[in-house]
Design a protein around this ligand. Structure first.
Ligand code: AFP
Length: 281
């Protein structure tokens, strides 16, 4: 029986070792910037080109969009799935040899699409080992990607007891209301912030807690992209029993107007998300 969404997951899983294998020689910045005005690392371009080629080769995939490309790339075949990728999230961690990864979201509507059109999501984490997490059909699964793909958790759930927190952005640029909320949180949880959302959210999925990148005084929309980071990571965490927010509502309730729209982003323990929304309300 054909499994179009499964074919997308398979391509990401099969491409991940090649992405990881190509990182060492691609730690240099090119001259180009991505649509968000960030310098492109050679590794960003490499990962993006591999994923675009492989995913658009699938009959099921009608279009591909990524954080690295101005516009959506449409396939000739007219497939019903539309894939949005952050090919290398946390690529600035490559120079410091820290965690990073590949994010993907599978939509059943053309991009940019609302979070309600997300039918599968997931990420590959290039840490000490390579793991993949997927969310589809109401279940989150985790695999170790080595020579094979070994399922290590067939129903990954956010731990009941929160333990860690991590918030991005420079502290002087935080709003007063957010800074007051963090003062409460840091008295209760342990700080875990590594500069790559996938690594930091995996801390939250493993130990429980909250991750966020807030709207800032001079940049109320925050840094992270709704379609390429917000929607997929919110879909994973909410499917695992957690919650997400932009400070007011679930990230999955937001319908982007633009492909590269930014959003304040929070994911994790429902109670901490509720307290955040009260603090910012
Ligand atoms: P890069 O891909 O440029 O390294 O940015 C990573 C990221 O988009 C996200 O993965 C992190 O949570 C966040 O930015 C880190 O931002 P700061 O460098 O401002 O902490």
């Amino acid at each position: 029986m054909s499994d179009p969404v499964g074919s997308v997951v398979d391509v990401v899983a099969e491409t991940a070792p090649e992405i990881r294998g190509g990182l060492a020689g691609r730690r240099v910045y090119g001259s180009e910037e991505n649509p968000s005005g960030e310098r492109k690392l050679a590794a960003d371009v490499y990962a993006d080109d591999l994923l675009e080629e492989r995913l658009l080769a699938l009959d099921a995939v009608g279009s591909y969009a990524s954080e690295e490309r101005d516009a959506v790339v449409t396939a000739d075949g007219g497939g019903a799935l539309h894939v949005a990728c952050d090919p290398l999230d946390g690529s600035s961690n490559l120079k410091s040899n820290n965690a990073m990864g590949t994010l993907f979201g599978v939509y059943d509507e053309p991009l940019p699409a609302p979070g309600s059109a997300l039918i599968a999501s997931g990420f590959v984490l290039f840490g000490p080992i390579t793991t993949m997490v997927t969310a589809r059909g109401g279940t989150v699964r985790e695999w170790v990607l080595d020579d094979d793909r070994d399922l290590v958790d067939d129903d990954l759930r956010l731990p009941e007891e929160p333990m860690v927190y991590g918030f991005g952005g420079r502290v002087p640029r935080w709003t007063e209301a957010f800074a007051d909320y963090v003062t409460e949180v840091e008295a209760e949880l342990k700080l875990r912030y590594g500069g790559a959302m996938i690594g930091d959210v995996t801390q939250v999925l493993t130990y429980g807690g909250i991750f966020g990148y807030p709207g800032l005084r001079d940049r109320p929309e925050g840094k992270l992209r709704l379609l390429f980071e917000g929607h997929p990571i919110a879909h994973v965490v909410e499917t695992a029993g957690g919650a997400s927010s932009d400070g007011e509502r679930s990230l999955l309730d937001i319908e982007p107007d633009r492909l590269h729209e930014r959003t304040p982003l929070f994911v994790g323990d429902e109670t901490y998300i509720e307290r955040l929304e009260s603090a910012l309300g």
